[in-house]
Design a protein around this ligand. Structure first.
Ligand SMILES: [Zn+2]
Length: 379
């Protein structure tokens, strides 16, 4: 593993590119972001909104996909209060929603919006989640699909062409695409950049495993024809408004957004991934597959925003990244309907053995807590 010279992203991170000076594309894009004329972008944005604004008030002006996190609250506030739009907010209801997630979603609605909360069939969801865990190493697979499909399905059904997504992942996390051109989130974008659509198995393929198309409805992307008929267009607010998660976090707290009381397992902060219990397991599998966890993401963001030094970031990564989640393990095993032993063998199945220390017979070396050790620790 090789690490970015500026932040702590490793070269194992999918779709990240390093330049010849050893700097990653996320850091490079951060520089580009500073050079963008954001006033010009705002003007451009105003023109786009005028095109989609519903003149007679009989329909909503746009859809905002929301989780109940800080970004959703910010997006909803900006669209409703700054631009005076009447958005329909759409939430794919995760089955592992936390109390604080529910509270923040309720608070978001009080900005003054109608909301569709889509609750998927829990029996099908559970089966898909188990498939996700054992075959893809991602128990939240159905949730990750649903948050991208349900808003598009609702856009088609309600005839609302504009979908307003939040941060632009190219600008924030450095996927190597053209900032000026790749501002539209559509099927092509999903297939190119949306990790959950890149998996070796697509939701429609699940009919091979005894699911009917009707079971899979919430997880299927609408057809090109349906999308064309309504003219569905997804854009990122972060392509037109200079995204600053820390300023935005301070702001949403003034309008009722709650942080966690304690730090989240797997990282050192209280402000992200508050809305679902099992994200920590998703992050742990990411560590097993790519050798970095949520702490690396968080410190890399903070380094890019100039809030902490790279050295402090390294200390945090050493302290928090890559530990087996313990806090909700019992609930997780229950939800996945597996024993702890099965859990560990699934973990081993998805561990990239190239990245971790092994003994002479090729077995993974674990400490007394069961944690692995990277061959190349960040430094
Ligand atoms: Zn970097």
């Amino acid at each position: 593993m090789k690490y970015c010279k500026k932040c702590l992203y490793p070269d194992t991170k999918p779709q990240l590119i390093f330049n010849d000076k050893g700097v990653c594309s996320a850091c490079e894009n951060m520089k580009k972001k500073e050079m963008i004329d954001w006033n010009e972008k705002k003007k451009e944005f105003g023109l786009i909104l005028e095109k989609y604004r519903n003149r007679d008030g009989k329909n909503y002006d746009c859809i905002i996909p929301v989780s109940g996190g800080k970004d959703s609250t910010y997006q909803t506030y900006v669209m409703k209060k700054e631009y005076g739009l009447n958005p329909l907010v759409v939430n794919f209801h995760p089955l592992d929603q936390t109390n604080i997630g529910k509270k923040n979603l309720d608070n978001l609605k009080k900005i003054g919006v109608d909301c569709i909360e889509f609750s998927p069939n829990p029996i099908i969801y559970q089966k898909l989640a188990k498939y996700g865990l054992t075959e893809l190493g991602d128990f939240q697979w159905p949730e990750h699909l649903g948050i991208f499909t349900i808003p598009v399905q609702i856009a088609v059904k309600y005839n609302i062409p504009l979908i307003m997504w939040g941060e632009n992942p190219q600008l924030e996390y450095g996927q190597p695409t053209d900032i000026d051109k790749d501002t539209i989130l559509d099927r092509e974008w999903n297939e190119k950049n949306g990790g959950y659509f890149l998996d070796k198995i697509k939701p429609q393929d699940m009919t091979k495993y005894g699911f009917s198309i009707s079971d899979l409805k919430p997880y299927l992307y609408p057809s090109d024809d349906e999308i064309k008929q309504v003219g569905v267009t997804g854009i990122f607010l972060g392509s037109y408004h200079k995204w600053d998660i820390f300023k935005q976090l301070e702001f949403v707290k003034t309008i009722g957004f709650s942080e966690n009381n304690e730090i989240m397992e797997g990282t050192y902060n209280k402000w992200e991934n508050l809305d679902v219990y099992f994200t920590v397991f998703h992050d742990y599998f990411k560590f097993l597959k790519y050798g970095f966890g949520r702490t690396t993401d968080h410190v890399s963001i903070e380094i890019r925003y100039g809030r902490i030094s790279r050295e402090d970031g390294i200390e945090l990564v050493k302290k928090y990244d890559g530990k087996i989640p313990k806090k909700y393990l019992k609930e997780f095993l229950q939800a996945a309907d597996i024993s702890e032993k099965e859990f560990h063998s699934i973990c081993d199945k998805f561990t990239n053995k190239e990245l971790f220390l092994t003994d002479n017979s090729g077995n993974l070396i674990k400490d007394e807590q069961g944690n692995l050790k990277l061959k190349n620790q960040v430094c």
